[in-house]
Design a protein around this ligand. Structure first.
Ligand SMILES: NC(=O)c1ccc[n+]([C@@H]2O[C@H](COP(=O)([O-])OP(=O)(O)OC[C@H]3O[C@@H](n4cnc5c(N)ncnc54)[C@H](OP(=O)(O)O)[C@@H]3O)[C@@H](O)[C@H]2O)c1
Length: 324
């Protein structure tokens, strides 16, 4: 089968497509025939050697897939061959993966495989950052950076579903259009307008109750100026590769909270996970959540797909398809 390996840290050219044996599931595992592998920004940061505690090369790239179970290992496993699932796994950019049964979710019928590949990482991050950690509620205003991205397009819709007002930043008019379609109240193309000035104008100088920040550097500093008194900022990424520094005096003077978010700590919280999956089913059923997965690349074009995302050309989810 084909799999994608990062041979060393570096640009997309370090990715190699290799033929390797199909893996065998061990106790408590299943094997999944992959239909779509999710591409996440973390894959790019890992390839560049910039991801905290990331893998050392050579390593199999990718960590989420959607597909069909084709073999089941020993032990008590609540899934069977033929089940359509979404999963966290290692070496996700592959034609087949093995995954722990505890890290699988049944694929909702209403999602095709490409859309389902956005659930393990981007949907769950969007949900738990905004609601479990962020406590976003009706009547509040939230500022979302990279709002037209894979994570961002889901955050916009989840924030609307709980009754918040959404200000979302992005870098092009095409992305502004997508954000409007998804219900974003105030899409801001930061290439044309200063987002901090826009937040000031929209909130009558008050700022937002919640900011979700994934760019770091200058954008982090400016985002800190967009928080309302007693408001909060969640930092969950550093797409600019620049450091972000908190000014303690600004925090105390304005009663602000800054929190870090990493999904892993939430996927082990059974109650929070069950709630996020129930809400997913409900929103899908009510037509209140749409997973935008219009950028699909064949698995063998993984390097091109990653470059496309690095170049900020993507909007919504990007997936690699195996042709299965
Ligand atoms: N902590 C966690 O658990 C967790 C989980 C998932 C994702 N994340 C983070 O959330 C962010 C979004 O992830 P994603 O996979 O959904 O990616 P994405 O948003 O689809 O792609 C990244 C976007 O970031 C924006 N961006 C702003 N400055 C950039 C820069 N200097 N270089 C490249 N892009 C820049 C671009 O949108 P514009 O062109 O519109 O600005 C780009 O499309 C990433 O930073 C990721 O690491 C964190």
């Amino acid at each position: 089968m084909k799999t994608v390996i990062a041979t060393k840290f570096g640009g997309p050219e370090v990715l190699e497509v290799r033929d390797v044996p199909v893996p065998k599931p061990r106790e408590g595992q299943v094997r999944i025939k992959v239909h779509a592998a999710g591409l996440n920004y973390a894959d790019i940061m890992q390839r560049e050697g910039l991801y905290p505690n990331g893998p050392k090369p050579p390593f199999g790239v990718g960590f989420e897939v959607a597909g069909t179970i084709d073999a089941v290992g020993s032990g008590e496993i609540a899934y069977k061959a033929g089940d359509a699932v979404m999963a966290f796994c290692e070496s996700g950019y592959s034609e087949y993966v093995v995954a722990d049964a505890a890290r699988l979710f049944p694929k909702p019928d209403s999602l095709d495989f490409a859309a389902a590949a956005a659930v393990p990482c981007q949907y769950l991050t969007a949900y738990h950052a905004l609601l479990t950690l962020g406590n976003l509620s009706a009547g509040q205003t939230v500022l979302l950076q990279a709002a037209a991205g894979g994570l961002g397009t889901l955050m916009v819709q989840i924030a609307k579903n709980v009754g918040a007002t959404v200000i979302g930043t992005c870098s092009s008019e095409e992305k502004v259009e997508l954000l409007s379609e998804l219900g974003c109240d105030h899409p801001v193309n930061y290439a044309k307008k200063d987002f901090a000035q826009e937040v000031k104008r929209i909130t009558n100088g008050q700022g937002c109750e919640l900011v979700v920040e994934s760019v770091a550097g200058e954008v982090f500093d400016k985002s800190m100026r967009c928080i309302k008194t007693r408001g909060r900022l969640i930092t969950l990424g550093a797409a600019s590769r620049q450091p972000a520094t908190v000014n303690a005096i600004h925090l105390l003077a304005n009663n602000l909270t800054v929190s870090g978010f990493h999904l892993l700590a939430y996927t082990v919280d059974g109650e929070a996970m069950a709630k996020s999956l129930r809400d997913l089913q409900q929103w899908l059923g009510e037509g209140k959540l749409r997973i935008v997965a219009r950028h699909q690349f064949p698995l063998v074009a993984a390097a091109e797909a990653q470059q496309f995302v690095s170049d900020r050309k993507s909007a919504g989810k990007v997936v690699l398809t195996t042709g299965a």
